[in-house]
Design a protein around this ligand. Structure first.
Ligand code: GDP
Ligand code: MG
Length: 344
């Protein structure tokens, strides 16, 4: 009987049935997971809604990234009023943020002193901190009037949601997002800047073309050997597992998708961010997935990085969430649950 079964089990028709059953189970599980994992459907009107600068006096609103529909004009974004916007997502960052701001403001101030064209703003985006991060941002901003603004959102959205809100309310021709913990050496912005100027066809910051679609991301890929030596075996396995999943399902051209230091021209930000669905940790992967889909070149530039205590990532749960989200990014775009068109 056993002999009969094993012989029969591996016959071609049986293997076909088996394969068909397995793929049906995989596809239906992915569909179930897709609909069981909610995402926030945002509308264009929400992106155009004026947002107040937190505790500004007299009351101020943020300039909008997206242009209102203006008849025949096909331009998606408004004109940038300043050179650089730095968006800092911050969630309960009372301890880490001032250290980062010290470094960041020192650098930006010295750049603006040496060149009048180097105008900038810093937008701290707080979505539901309970430790007074937003107020700390306002108090800190008194030292640098008009350059530091706080955007306070009513509800927690996650890092991706906070970055997106900041980007949609900024004035820069170039838009950088950076983590509040100062893990990246801020001066390394210069390397990203050189690369983005080069990819837009310019040769100096005066010639930046904000309407050219270009993205440059910071990368810690050159530090991998060192981080493997410093991290536990378990975290190293997880890191390799995550990289393999990213490579298999989403992004192939960028080695480090998760570095919290990414630079965009205004035009590509206006095209990418309204489409973004993921508002939690895997939002970077969706951004880069869209760039690959649209064949927008992404430059990757090495940055210096130090691991800072106090990460908001919850071990295991955040990693599982990221793994699930990035498989779903691939699946939802592939089967058409998500579209890469601009929201209505
Ligand atoms: N506004 C906001 N920022 C967040 C949220 N979650 C994480 N962040 C910010 O995202 C950045 C990176 O977070 P961090 O905990 O350092 O993550 P890690 O460096 O990947 O371990 C920091 O600036 C956090 O404050 C959130 O829900 N809302
Ligand atoms: Mg960090």
């Amino acid at each position: 009987m056993l002999e009969f079964l094993s012989l029969d089990l591996f016959s071609l028709p049986n293997l076909c049935i088996f394969g068909f059953l397995l793929s049906s189970i995989a596809v239906s599980s992915l569909f179930t997971l897709s609909y069981a994992t909610p995402w926030v459907r945002r509308r264009r009107s929400e992106y155009l809604k004026p947002e107040k600068v937190y505790r500004s006096s007299p009351e101020q609103t943020f300039p909008k990234l997206l242009a209102e529909d203006s008849g025949k004009s096909h331009k998606r974004h408004t004109n940038g009023e300043i050179y650089l916007s730095v968006i800092i997502p911050a969630m309960n960052e009372k301890e880490r943020l001032p250290i980062m701001l010290d470094e960041c403001c020192k650098y930006l101030q010295s750049r603006s002193k040496s060149s009048q064209d180097f105008t900038y703003e810093i937008i701290i985006v707080d979505d539901g901190s309970s430790d007074g991060t937003a107020d700390l941002g306002v108090t800190y901003g008194l030292q640098y009037p008009k350059t530091i603004k706080v955007l306070k959102l009513e509800q927690n959205r996650g890092k991706g949601g906070a970055v997106k809100a900041g980007v949609l309310n900024c004035a820069g021709k170039l838009i950088l997002f950076a983590d509040a913990d100062g893990a990246t050496q801020f001066e390394d912005f210069e390397n990203l800047e050189k690369e983005i100027i080069r990819s837009t066809g310019g040769s100096s910051s005066k010639e930046i073309d904000e309407s050219f679609p270009a993205v440059v991301v910071g990368s810690r890929a050159h530090l991998e050997a060192q981080s493997v030596a410093e991290r536990s075996f378990f975290r190293t396995i997880l890191m390799h597992g995550f990289h393999s999943l990213v490579y298999l399902f989403a992004v192939r051209s960028v080695k480090d998708t998760q570095c919290g230091f990414k630079l965009f021209t205004r035009a590509i930000a206006a095209r990418l961010f309204p489409v973004l669905h993921v508002e939690r940790w895997a939002f970077d992967v969706e951004l880069l997935y869209l760039c690959e889909k649209w064949r927008v070149p992404v430059g990757e530039v090495c940055v210096r990085w130090k691991e800072i205590d106090g990460s908001k990532i919850t071990p295991i749960w955040s990693w599982l969430q990221m793994g699930r989200d990035l498989v779903l990014i691939w699946f939802r775009y592939t089967v058409g649950i998500w579209s890469d068109e601009q929201p209505k």
